[in-house]
Design a protein around this ligand. Structure first.
Ligand SMILES: NC(=O)c1ccc[n+]([C@@H]2O[C@H](COP(=O)([O-])OP(=O)(O)OC[C@H]3O[C@@H](n4cnc5c(N)ncnc54)[C@H](OP(=O)(O)O)[C@@H]3O)[C@@H](O)[C@H]2O)c1
Length: 187
């Protein structure tokens, strides 16, 4: 059975975007980017909220010429090769290949996808992932905490949900980013 994995790059106080909707402070440097690429490489299907999809879809058309950094070319290939499901009640059509739209978040459907997938499934951004965590569907979580406090905005983890976590791994990067890999404890 495939795992459902939530990954987020957040401020130390737990926000994926600040009150102005900015997340430029969350841009990964080359070292973090290469690590993220290795996490994303085995993913077969990405479940995206519409807002995260609108950010990520630029990877469909990003330049992959030799003038681009190796981590950029690598991630573009990884992203383009994966299937995507976009959750949205407003988006009329996807603008990337291997992509379909779902109008409703159906926990039973996602459970079925986990059962039938040979490769792991990811979920993001924060709003959609919060619904998946609340529904008990998320198996693992990767948080990349940046050394910045932004004071408010969009929380990486949902309000109103209690969950116990087991630390599976951690790593520190030269930039001061810390990676925390947790498993969600069932029962
Ligand atoms: N920290 C970082 O490194 C980083 C990286 C990339 C992006 N971001 C930003 O972080 C922000 C995350 O925002 P977010 O958490 O609001 O985004 P999100 O979860 O990606 O998208 C929210 C949207 O998903 C759709 N949706 C959610 N639940 C649904 C459901 N049950 N049924 C159908 N559609 C559903 C809705 O789209 P509709 O309104 O179309 O119905 C909703 O407005 C974005 O601005 C993203 O660009 C941060």
């Amino acid at each position: 059975m495939a795992k459902l994995i939530y990954s987020a790059i957040a401020s130390l106080d737990g926000y994926v975007e600040d009150k102005q909707g900015r997340f430029d402070w969350a841009a990964p440097d080359e070292e973090v980017h290469a690590f993220v690429n290795d996490l994303e490489r085995p993913i077969g299907t990405h479940l995206y909220g519409r807002r995260m999809y609108e950010t990520m879809v630029s990877w469909e058309t990003v330049s992959t010429g030799r003038d681009q950094p190796a981590v950029t070319r690598d991630f573009a290939q990884i992203w383009q090769a994966a299937d995507k499901v976009v959750y949205s009640r407003t988006l009329r059509a996807p603008s990337s290949a291997r992509t379909r739209i779902e109008r409703d978040f159906d926990p039973a459907g996602i459970s079925g996808l986990k059962d039938s997938s040979a490769r792991d499934v990811s979920v993001g951004g924060a709003e959609l992932a919060g619904e998946a965590i609340a529904a008990g569907l998320v198996d693992e979580c990767h948080l990349f905490l940046h050394p910045i406090v932004v004071g408010g905005g969009k929380r990486a983890l949902p309000d109103g949900v209690r969950a116990r976590l087991e630390l599976l791994a951690e790593r520190r990067f030269r930039s001061g980013v810390v990676h925390l890999h947790y498993g969600l404890v069932r029962g």
